[in-house]
Design a protein around this ligand. Sequence first.
Ligand code: FDM
Ligand code: MG
Length: 240
Amino acid sequence: MDTASKDPFPWKEPTKPVARGAFIVVEGLDRAGKTTQVQKLCNNLYADGHNVKAIRFPDRTSPIGKMIDGYLQRKTEMDDHAIHLLFSANRWEKAAWIKEQISKGYTIVCDRYYYSGMVYSAAKHNPALSLEWARTPDVGLPRPDRVVFLNLDAEEAERRGGYGQEKYEKREMQERVRELFLGLMSKGEEESKDMMLFDAGDSAENVSTAIWAEISKVVGSVEAGSWRDLGSVGHWPEKR
Ligand code: FDM
Ligand code: MG
């Protein structure tokens, strides 16, 4: 019996030439609706004739991902820097695959990326783990064409059925994470250009409509070859 899960979006020959697929990231707090919006966006893209693949970080299936999973489930303890680097390594082990799929014409929709990586680690307030330090290991990864940031206050997130038992699923942590996400949007570096804020407090349908209005344009331009080439995450300029 075939037990492998079937690809929900099998390859369809595009009707127009495709320069490359797009790289779209969906970010936000726990309970902001990332899973729902990734699903809706993929369905909309596929129905509109685009080839698409959904991925998520952490990818808990690889050996590194299993170590991360054990940490998040509080089965193991780890130094803040060590777990941070595992999250980054978990992205690096997928980086070549992401580039390859994009060059084949698949649009990748990715649930969390290095933005979560930076802000969750920096939210720990470990004086030896700054936002700048946290960003460094991710420099060079494929740079998204657009980041959908689902903005929701921590109080509203908690009202949505409460948090689970995993590490970081606590109100104070979520509040710091949100402040850091918002800080990235106003910092003036590449994150401010790539990230776009959506009000996740609205209904799932309205959020999805707003995301579609933006992302359908981005994916259209990328496929037509009128967007920039797939970039890589650059260094932040040195502070003086
Ligand atoms: N998380 C996620 C990090 O701390 N660093 C990272 O690089 C990434 C990708 O892992 F609390 C945190 C965010 C969240 C937890 O994520 C698990 P999911 O989306 O709930 O599986
Ligand atoms: Mg979670």
